[in-house]
Structures are given as structure tokens and as C-alpha cells.
Design a protein around this ligand. Structure first.
Ligand code: SF4
Length: 519
């Protein structure tokens, strides 16, 4: 069988190369699902379908709109910071100029809130920067890195040290792998090189894969003692709603990798299964654990809405050999939550929503809104993976959304581009937006649309998640008047010409407009 994840190599192939991920597209959800050709691409990943990635021959790529510029973005070096930089008893050393660490205050806030949500000791991030200067760029900075590793070891006594590459250290060719091996021998703890220089990938989500790759390669227990009641949930900083959801199946949850301790990460290979709240985030680690340690991953969509949660619980019950109890559990949960959901549907009648989040998470979020009877005819995802690492058709979340909840007319892929956001919102004119990557939320507020910044990503999970979202939306919609007042007093920083454009992708289709504008 073809191996999907190569743990022999220290570096990870980018998502755009591995999965054919794109960052710019405009059309309906059903068109994107069809163009993605998940099944064929999945067969390629599982080695069943030969060499073609799509219909047009070897290497066929999902077509994307080429925008002439990016207004702003994150990079996978940053994502590594908010992943392995969030392991309480380990240290991350960023081998980079200090500017690459500028996002730490925001990450620190997220980390502290996350620790609080999980009932863990609240503390600050422990990330060290080698603070590269001009001189280091000319003469190299390997000794500075060695010194930083020794200092971090003495000062923090970590159980493992990660080293992250940046654009600058990649340009001057710093050999962090050799230094990591040398220091691992000296300190006798895992020292893990992560090749996450920002220009490596056009989408930040490659940083999730790089972080998970390092953990599975060098932290996970290589001689696992199986724990039959342990389930890995690849997650971020969300509240622990999974324990309650999985309790009837007699399962204990092991969250990976944010806020997990070294020992919790190590036991990932001992679990009975791996699941996730979002395949965009979790598919790489789940597939790596499955291939390397035989930990089966949950072959289902995601636990959102009735259809998704039912399928997800059934798939877990199948792995655990608990199929005889699952139907009764599902039926009793439906009966418990339905009266409240009917009440919310009445209150939310005639409301139109817009979802702007990471890729497969948006598929789940839209399912929840449609369960609540909310119209959704527009959405932005920040990138799109035409297939996930497992290649399993049961995990095709976009198809699951379209098949179970219908099409979305304007389903856009755009990487947090403020200047496009105005046109995308105007096109569908929603009553509210749900958003992650909150930098975009103020723009919605300025055009009179209340924004629900979904900080706790587990909020919509499971049957109770439908109720949680419905109740929160009633509070969010009550702010509409405030946003309308705000709109009257705010001027957007764009020209009237740009604000009057009907097509937010006109610059991709006619880049010559930019040249004409300069004349
Ligand atoms: S790694 Fe590169 S892209 Fe990322 S913050 Fe540093 S310079 Fe910017």
C-alpha cells in the first residue's frame, strides 16, 4: 500500500503539492465539490487509482483564480508558534529575526484562555527567539542557535525543544537538522527541527502538518501500550465538549496538540482511535498515527448538525465495537435537543447568515446554521483542500454538506483578503456573519453586519452545539442596530470605483486594470 505520510523525512511536503490545495476560487459549493474530484484524488492517496490527481492527467490541479497580490496573510512559521509553542512543558525556539515573533501577544492570549477552558494551570507562552540580526545573516547563526538551545534547557528544563525555521534562516541555509541531532545527543531530550519558513507554502495550514509531523516523529511513544478507552481528538483551544459527547461510549479524550503535555502527546500512539473537530486541521496527524501505529482514524464527516454528529458517533462506535448501544444513544439525544431546536428555528425564521472560517470547519458550521433553519447563500473559506490526507471518501466534508444540507450559491475561497470581503458580503447581504480570524470582523461591523467571532471553535460541536449556536445568534442579532449606527459614521478606506465592483475577483480576471490604474 502507498504510504501517505513519510515520517522518515524531517520535512513535510506542502499542502498545495500533497493535496492540491488552493487559496482563490469563486462559484457554488456543488461546483467546487465536483471540481475537487475527491474520490479520484483519494484513490491516488490510497494507491488504488493510479497516477491521476484529477480528470486531466497526471498532476492535474484544481483550477484557481490567480490574484495579482495578497493584501495580508499569516505564514506557517506563525502556525507552528501557536501549535508546538502551546505545549506547556516544552519549548519552541524560533530561529528568526524578532519580527517573525510579532504575533506572540495574540497567541499568548489564546493560549491562556485555552488553558483556562480546559482547567489547566494558566501560564504564558514559552517561546524563545534567536533574534537574528544583520550580522547573523552575513556570517550565519548556528552558534547563536546552539547557545539559545542550551539557555532554554537550563532556564526552563523542558521535556522537548522544537526549533522553527524562518524565511531568513532558510535563505542563509542554516542546517537546523544537524544542530538538532547534535543537541539531542548533548541534552538527552528530543530536539525537533521544523521546516516551516514562511515562503515554503502559500497557505498557513501547512504549518499544522509540520507541527504534527514533528510530534509524531519525535515525541509519540514508539512502543505503545494500548489504552482501549482513549480517543485522540486533534483540536485547538476549544472547550472540552467532547468528553460529554463521548462519555456514553466509555471513552476518555486525549486532546492534541495545543495545551497537551509532553506525556499526553506521547500517549497518542496508545489510543484506540483518532478523531478531530476539523479535517483541515486533523487529517495529517490522524493519518500519520494510523499508518505508523495502527491507531484507526474516524472515517466520517465531522460532528456538526444532526447528520454529521450521527455519522461521526456511528463511525466511532464501529471502531470501539459499541454498535449495539449507539442507535439508542443517538435517538435519545435527538429527542432531548429537538424541542429546544424547534423553538430556536421559530425565533430565527427569515434570518440569513454568512460563514467565514477555515476550510472544513466552515462545512460543519453551515450545517449547524441550516439545522437552525437559517438561510446561508454565501461563505468564504480561507483555503480549500480538494482531498484530505487519509483519502477516505467518508471524510469528504464538502460533499457531506451539499448532500445533506443543499448547495451554497456563493462559496468563495479567499485568504483573509480585506479588500475582497466588502464585495463578498454585499453580494449576499447577510443579517450576521460567523467568523474566525477576527481581523476581518471589524469590516463587517462597519458595513452594518453584526459579527459572531467564533473564538471557541468547539462551540458548535455535537447536538448541544446546535443549541449553543442558536442561542448565541439571538444575542448577536440584537446588536444589529449598533452596527447600523456604526455604518453611518464610518468610511471604508477603499475607492468608490473598487466599492462599486460587482465581482470581487475582477483583478484576477483582468490584472491589466492595475497597470492601467498606474498610468
Ligand atoms: S517566517 Fe517569513 S513569512 Fe513568516 S513572519 Fe517570518 S519573514 Fe514573515
Amino acid at each position: 500500500m502507498t504510504r501517505k505520510i513519510n515520517l522518515d523525512l524531517s520535512s513535510v511536503e506542502n499542502r498545495e503539492m500533497r493535496l492540491g490545495s488552493i487559496i482563490s476560487w469563486d462559484g457554488s459549493a456543488s461546483e467546487l465539490a465536483e471540481a475537487s474530484n475527491y474520490d479520484i484524488r483519494g484513490q491516488k492517496r490510497t494507491g488504488e487509482g493510479g497516477g491521476c490527481a484529477g480528470k486531466k492527467g497526471p498532476g492535474c490541479k484544481l483550477c484557481e483564480l490567480n490574484m495579482p497580490f495578497n493584501q495580508q496573510t499569516m505564514c506557517n512559521h506563525s502556525i507552528v508558534g501557536c501549535q508546538v509553542g502551546n505545549i506547556p512543558d516544552c519549548i519552541l525556539i524560533e530561529h528568526s529575526p524578532i519580527g517573525c515573533s510579532a504575533i506572540h501577544p495574540r497567541f499568548n492570549l489564546g493560549y491562556r484562555i485555552g488553558l483556562m477552558r480546559r482547567g489547566k494551570e494558566v501560564k504564558n507562552l514559552q517561546i524563545v527567539s534567536t533574534n537574528l540580526l544583520e550580522r547573523d545573516m552575513v556570517f550565519g547563526a548556528s552558534d547563536k542557535l546552539r547557545r539559545s538551545i542550551r539557555d532554554a534547557y537550563e532556564r526552563f528544563n523542558p521535556k522537548a525543544i522544537f526549533i522553527s525555521m524562518s524565511c531568513s534562516t532558510a535563505i542563509i541555509g542554516e542546517d537546523i537538522e544537524s544542530i538538532a541531532m547534535e543537541m539531542e545527543g548533548e541534552l538527552n531530550i528530543p530536539v525537533i527541527p521544523l521546516f516551516c519558513e514562511g515562503f515554503r507554502s502559500k497557505h498557513w495550514s501547512t504549518g499544522f502538518d509540520i507541527s504534527q509531523h514533528g510530534v509524531v516523529r519525535q515525541i509519540v511513544n514508539k512502543n505503545p501500550q494500548k489504552q482501549k478507552d482513549l480517543i485522540n481528538i486533534v483540536a485547538l483551544w476549544g472547550t472540552d465538549y467532547f468528553t460529554e459527547l463521548l462519555k456514553p461510549l466509555g471513552l476518555r479524550v486525549n486532546y492534541l496538540i495545543d495545551m497537551a503535555s509532553f506525556d499526553e502527546l506521547a500517549q497518542a500512539s496508545e489510543a484506540a482511535a483518532t478523531a478531530t473537530f476539523c479535517h483541515t486541521l486533523g487529517s495529517y496527524m490522524a493519518t500519520a498515527l494510523e499508518e505508523k501505529y495502527g491507531v484507526p482514524q474516524v472515517n466520517a464527516s465531522q460532528p456538526y448538525g444532526f447528520a454529521g454528529t450521527d455519522d461521526w458517533l456511528r463511525a466511532i462506535a464501529k471502531i470501539m465495537g459499541k454498535e449495539e448501544i449507539i442507535e439508542e444513544y443517538i435517538a435519545s439525544e435527538h429527542a432531548r435537543v429537538l424541542p429546544k431546536i424547534q423553538e430556536l428555528r421559530e425565533k430565527l425564521k427569515g434570518i440569513k447568515g454568512f460563514v467565514s472560517t477555515g476550510s472544513s470547519y466552515a462545512h460543519g458550521m453551515i450545517s449547524v446554521l441550516r439545522e437552525l433553519g437559517i438561510e446561508v447563500n454565501g461563505s468564504i473559506v480561507f483555503h480549500h483542500d480538494p482531498v484530505y490526507d487519509s483519502g477516505h471518501t467518508e471524510q469528504n466534508t464538502l460533499k457531506h454538506l451539499v448532500d445533506n444540507y443543499g448547495d451554497i450559491e456563493h462559496f468563495t475561497v479567499s485568504k483573509t483578503q480585506q479588500f475582497q470581503f466588502y464585495g463578498l458580503l454585499k453580494r449576499v447581504n447577510p443579517d450576521f456573519i460567523i467568523i474566525r480570524h477576527n481581523g476581518l470582523a471589524p469590516l463587517a461591523a462597519k458595513v452594518g453586519i453584526p459579527a459572531f467571532a467564533m473564538g471557541d471553535e468547539h462551540f458548535p460541536v455535537g447536538y448541544d452545539g446546535i443549541i449553543r449556536v442558536g442561542e448565541a445568534l439571538i444575542e448577536i442579532l440584537a446588536r444589529k442596530k449598533f452596527n447600523q449606527v456604526l455604518q453611518r459614521h464610518v468610511k471604508l478606506p477603499y475607492t468608490d470605483w473598487w466599492l462599486s465592483q460587482a465581482d470581487p475577483f475582477i483583478l484576477a480576471k483582468h490584472p491589466e486594470i492595475l497597470e492601467e490604474g498606474k498610468q
